[in-house]
Design a protein. Structure first.
Length: 200
């Protein structure tokens, strides 16, 4: 008998196998700590790692007059783009592996500039994220998932609006805010507990 796919008869597996749509930056990848470390090193500044407290904070914290100028800088850092150099948040990768071993599918849904596509695939591989499916796109709601986890206020809002029957989860960060009808988690442990509650 096949032990893979959507059979749920094995002991210890949940009764409901779910597709979990997982964002990268601000959820799995510590984007802000990454750019701040490079920036402080290159320009001799001392921007605190937790300085970002709004979605559009970067021009106000740096000498870059626009996000366009920031991205031009972020494209070339140590032989790759910024996205190749990011650390993961504590618990993120371990939790994703436990969710996969529980039977769920990790679907990566991430928005990236075109010049970061190859670094994104390389980073996912280097970090050993347990995913068989990666989408690099703007409109994340187009990819059908049972649960969506994101930190971007506009993504949480849009996914919930387009797929009101699905579970949309905001990873609570200083740069986002509650969206009615969606769930909040503050840690990866809380996300794992939420999925466990849904899949029982
Ligand atoms: Mg994000």
């Amino acid at each position: 008998m096949g032990g893979f796919g959507h059979q749920c008869s094995h002991r210890g597996l949940p009764s409901r196998i779910m597709r979990l749509g997982i964002d990268l930056d601000g959820v799995v990848a510590n984007f802000n700590a990454g750019w701040i470390a490079f920036y402080n090193d290159e320009f001799g500044t001392a921007i605190p790692m937790d300085a970002v407290d709004s979605w559009d904070a970067i021009p106000g914290l740096t000498h870059f007059p626009s996000m366009g100028a920031f991205w031009r800088w972020a494209e070339h850092l140590n032989g790759a783009s910024l996205f190749r150099h990011l650390d993961t948040f504590p618990g993120a990768v371990d939790t994703l592996w436990r969710l996969v071993k529980r039977g769920h599918e990790i679907v990566i849904l991430t928005t990236k500039p075109h010049w970061a596509i190859h670094d994104t695939f390389a980073w996912i591989s280097e970090q050993q994220l347990p995913t068989r499916e990666v989408h690099i796109l703007d409109d994340k709601w187009r990819i059908e998932c049972d649960v969506y986890l994101d930190d971007a206020p506009h993504n949480v809002y849009r996914i919930h609006r387009q797929r009101p029957d699905r579970v949309v989860v905001r990873f609570v960060r200083p740069w986002n805010h509650p969206v009615p009808g969606t769930h909040d988690v503050e840690t990866w442990d809380q996300f794992e507990a939420l999925v466990s509650k849904l899949d029982g």
